[in-house]
Write a protein that binds this ligand. Structure first.
Ligand SMILES: [Zn+2]
Length: 371
């Protein structure tokens, strides 16, 4: 009776997740679906939770913190003020980010390998030099904001030996504090934000944002991530985070739901479509689970409180390993949407990667997502 699953070929590849983080959308793909044809089509065709909720307070750092650490804000303790001032996330926190959870798993494997070395098996770390940037193409070297440090006799809890390891983690974000304050600084990988651009570009972006009130951070993020995806450096990526922020900026500048906000929403929809087109071109889609969510909505020109507009969020899961919509049972549907929080993406990401959801997580996987 059972035919082969739709993406059976993809299972010969290691699992991979793309987490798309859309700042300040609330439930826009539902409320303003005319402005988000692509996102709305994902919402109606993939596994989606259009009435998911944010966590409180409805600010970016607490919510992206929960999405990336899988626990409520009172546990991870992240606030906009701290991360924007440059405070780094505690490397020894009881509530590590998804990246850190994966790196710790890698370190365990490497320790096993080192043990094997004692018994005469091959070692991968013997030709390393501290500071080696690894086998990056010039293209990727540009994006590096955290060095690839080859850690020969390293303290394994703060460095990851990567000189002969492929790049597995990457994060392209429009809001730099995600990379510098919410994700631990020790994570090896490719980390980009527009702050990595030349001084000239940064001045132009600052001017557009503050003076002309026409932010264009997202355009840079999109260009950079597209070029990364088409480069060989992305081939072994296990977790890629892509974050866009200009819709939120226009919400603050002109009002959430204002004409300018909706215009930016349409532009963002095009960015997400362009990202999917590239995934398709590079044959990533069939090998990748894509998870999309937003941190919060907004009301007037702000957010942070618990109104319906601010607490509104949504979650979409599609691609590899995801159960096709018509196989989901009514039972799954029933318990889905209202109870789902954007934070649950953390548990969804780990499950898609075949990693157990840690017992300290508040995030959980809504029923009926995976095959
Ligand atoms: Zn935000």
């Amino acid at each position: 009776m059972v035919s082969s699953p739709p993406h059976s070929n993809s299972h010969s590849f290691p699992p991979r997740v793309l987490l798309i983080a859309l700042d300040g959308l609330g439930r826009s793909p539902v409320t303003y679906s005319a402005h988000t044809p692509f996102l709305s089509s994902l919402l109606s065709n993939g596994i989606s939770f259009p009435s998911a909720r944010a966590v409180f307070p409805t600010d970016s750092a607490p919510n992206w913190g929960s999405v990336l650490h899988g626990v409520l804000p009172e546990k991870h303790g992240l606030s906009n003020g701290d991360v924007e001032r440059g405070k780094e996330f505690d490397e020894n926190s009881m509530y590590p980010s998804l990246f850190k959870i994966l790196v710790r798993r890698d370190e365990k494997k490497i320790n096993m390998r080192k043990k094997n070395e004692k018994y005469g098996n091959t070692i991968v770390l013997d030709n390393c030099e501290r500071g080696n940037k690894g086998k990056l193409t010039r293209n990727a070297s540009k994006f590096i904001t955290k060095p690839f440090i080859c850690a020969d006799n390293m303290s394994l809890n703060s460095r990851h030996p990567v000189c002969d390891e492929p790049i597995k983690y990457a994060s392209f974000v429009a809001w730099a504090p995600l990379n510098t304050g919410i994700i631990e600084r020790s994570i090896p990988g490719v980390f980009y934000s527009p702050k990595s651009e030349s001084l000239c570009t940064r001045i132009r972006l600052h001017l557009k944002h503050h003076t002309l009130k026409s932010p264009s951070y997202d355009t840079y993020v999109l260009q950079r991530v597209l070029s990364f995806l088409s480069s060989p450096d992305s081939k072994d990526i296990e977790l890629l985070l892509v974050h866009f922020v200009d819709v939120d900026e226009q919400g603050h500048n002109y009002g959430f739901g204002s004409e300018k906000y909706l215009k930016q929403l349409r532009i963002l929809d095009g960015h997400v479509r362009a990202l999917f087109d590239e995934l398709e071109k590079e044959r990533w889609l069939e090998k990748t689970t894509v998870v999309i969510t937003t941190d919060h909505g907004g009301t007037g020109r702000s957010h942070g409180e618990n109104s319906e507009n601010e607490m509104g969020s949504f979650v979409v899961v599609c691609g590899r390993g995801v159960q096709s919509e018509n196989l989901r049972s009514r039972e799954d549907e029933k318990m889905s949407t209202e109870e789902v929080r954007n934070m649950d993406c953390a548990a969804i990401v780990l499950t898609a990667l075949g990693v157990d959801v840690p017992d300290w997580f508040d995030a959980r996987v809504p029923k009926g997502i995976f095959e």
